[in-house]
Design a protein around this ligand. Structure first.
Ligand SMILES: CC(C)(COP(=O)(O)OP(=O)(O)OC[C@H]1O[C@@H](n2cnc3c(N)ncnc32)[C@H](O)[C@@H]1OP(=O)(O)O)[C@@H](O)C(=O)NCCC(=O)NCCS
Length: 237
């Protein structure tokens, strides 16, 4: 195991409510420890890219490999759709990956139980950055909630909403093949100081199965000082 590159590689469940037939693995990674020997040892093809991009790609796949092994008992890896970054999971599995700064995580679920999963990790936005980004990320109703908070709470609210919308996109884009923007979904019932749960509602028709008004379940938590969010879509089978 490449101890210098990865640390704190662990299976754990950071969210309030456990989901059945799901495995989450996260790790911290050290970009400076990425070497050709390590890459050969891991037997994972890296994209031709900067070492930062290669390091985050590798760290997420090492988390995914461990999560898949725990979840399925098999040694396998996600591949990628041609011409996109949408991950393709081995048969009977679905999942999601995220990396942010030196943190990576992968969530794998049994596809009999889950049709879509999305996770996202974000470093908390500074109050100044939050103010700059708020209009781009928040719907009018979300902005009404945001306006009632103090500036520290606003920054955390915006970080969690942003992350939820990224998780939502990762859960739904593989199912619908439709692009949607930050104003096409709304986060409901979010109290960043409280429960760790929220709901998300689509404001745009994505497909027959995913019309405007559809609601999805979300959870959020902290991971090494960052925000981690999860959107889970149960299987219809
Ligand atoms: C795709 C996207 C969500 C990735 O998020 P990110 O913050 O850049 O990066 P993260 O580290 O959290 O996640 C990256 C991983 O997401 C996964 N991913 C990438 N595109 C994806 C897609 N279309 N569907 C599902 N998962 C995807 C990949 O596993 C990727 O890992 P890789 O880069 O190592 O291949 C983001 O880049 C994007 O395109 N967002 C615009 C659309 C959007 O968010 N709309 C808001 C909806 S309300």
């Amino acid at each position: 195991m490449p101890v210098d590159f990865l640390s704190q590689l662990q299976q754990h469940w950071p969210f309030v409510t456990a989901l059945p037939n799901c495995t989450l693995v996260s790790a911290c990674f050290n970009q400076d420890a990425l070497t050709p020997e390590l890459v050969a040892d891991c037997a994972i093809d890296l994209p031709k890219a900067t070492s930062k991009r290669q390091a985050e790609f590798l760290a997420a796949r090492l988390c995914a490999r461990k999560a898949l092994h725990i979840q399925t008992g098999l040694a396998s890896l996600p591949t990628q759709q041609e011409n996109s970054r949408i991950p393709l999971w081995p048969a009977q599995s679905c999942g999601s990956m995220s990396h942010s700064h030196s943190l990576a995580a992968a969530l794998v679920g049994d596809s009999h139980t889950w049709q879509g999963l999305g996770i996202d990790i974000e470093k908390p936005l500074s109050p100044k950055r939050a103010q700059r980004l708020a209009k781009n990320i928040l719907t009018t109703a979300e902005h009404d909630t945001y306006a009632l908070l103090n500036s520290g709470q606003q920054a955390m609210y915006l970080t969690v909403v942003f992350s939820f919308k990224e998780s939502l996109f990762k859960a739904l884009n593989p199912l619908t093949a439709r692009y949607f923007s930050f104003h096409d979904a709304q986060v409901l019932d979010l109290n960043v100081a409280d429960s760790g749960h929220a709901r998300l509602r689509l404001a745009k028709d994505l497909s027959r199965d995913w019309p405007a008004g559809s609601q999805l379940e979300g959870q959020f938590s902290q991971l090494h000082g960052s925000v981690i969010t999860l959107v889970s879509i149960a299987s219809r089978r």
